[in-house]
Design a protein around this ligand. Structure first.
Ligand code: CDP
Ligand code: CDP
Length: 209
């Protein structure tokens, strides 16, 4: 499968990462979670005690990113989620992260998950999946994840946070969250991770011919 790019986009907690990681293993392709890049930039700005909407600081943070930033263990949680979404709305931040994502995918093909992989990063991707699920189901999944990590959370608060972040991601002028015109839509509301993977692999193999 060398050289093939598979784009996996969709809203928060749809199961993109879980699915993309499994697809990459099945297709023997490298995997990149592009959300981590925005999360790491947001984290750097928060660490500086600044507002993640500060365009100059966020751009500098994006340009200074190192691989070690992506290994940090504090990239998830409500603060980190919103900081990622805030820096992701800044055009200069997106521009600074573009080359890395494209080089990663071009080296030997890849499965990448995010919001704009099929629309902006790899508009020429061989296969594009847009993975979604109802907001209630996505909130339930994120809530269970938080519980599993021992983080106290409130389901209705998790749902409100997801709604807010999706609205912010979908309404930004640059690279908004939306399916590419040629993306295959996969609604996993009633599918567990295993069934979603089986359905996705079938769709991907169909596209690859
Ligand atoms: O990357 P994204 O935020 O879209 O989702 P994720 O980090 O892959 O997390 C989704 C969570 O929902 C994980 O705990 C999965 O086990 C679970 N899940 C899933 O990924 N896919 C389903 N169809 C059902 C549940
Ligand atoms: O796992 P979850 O879906 O909750 O979030 P993520 O994929 O880690 O992305 C975190 C944030 O980064 C999103 O809310 C987007 O604002 C931003 N992002 C983006 O703008 N473009 C991407 N390709 C990936 C993430």
């Amino acid at each position: 499968m060398t050289g093939i790019v598979v784009a996996v986009d969709g809203p928060a907690a749809a199961g993109k990462g879980t699915l993309a990681r499994r697809l990459a293993a099945a297709l023997n392709l490298p995997y990149l979670d592009t959300g981590l890049l925005y999360r790491a930039v947001g984290r750097r700005v928060l660490d500086a005690g600044a507002d993640p909407r500060d365009a100059a600081l966020a751009e500098a943070a994006a340009r200074a990113l190192t691989p070690a930033d992506l290994d940090r263990t504090d990239l998830r949680g409500p603060m980190a989620d919103m900081a990622a979404s805030a820096v992701a709305a800044i055009p200069a931040v997106r521009a600074a992260l573009l080359d890395f994502q494209r080089s990663f995918g071009r080296a030997r093909g890849a499965v990448l998950d995010g919001r704009d992989i099929g629309t902006v990063v790899f508009p020429e991707a061989r296969v594009k999946l847009y993975v979604t699920a109802s907001v209630e189901e996505r909130a339930r999944r994120r809530f269970l994840e938080l519980q599993g990590r021992g983080v106290a959370a409130d389901l209705s608060q998790v749902e409100a946070e997801i709604r807010g972040r999706d609205a912010q991601d979908a309404s930004r002028p640059v690279a908004p969250l939306k399916p590419a015109a040629d993306a295959i839509l996969l609604d996993t509301t009633n599918l567990d991770a295993e069934a979603a993977f089986a359905a996705a692999l079938h769709l991907v193999r169909g596209r690859l011919g």
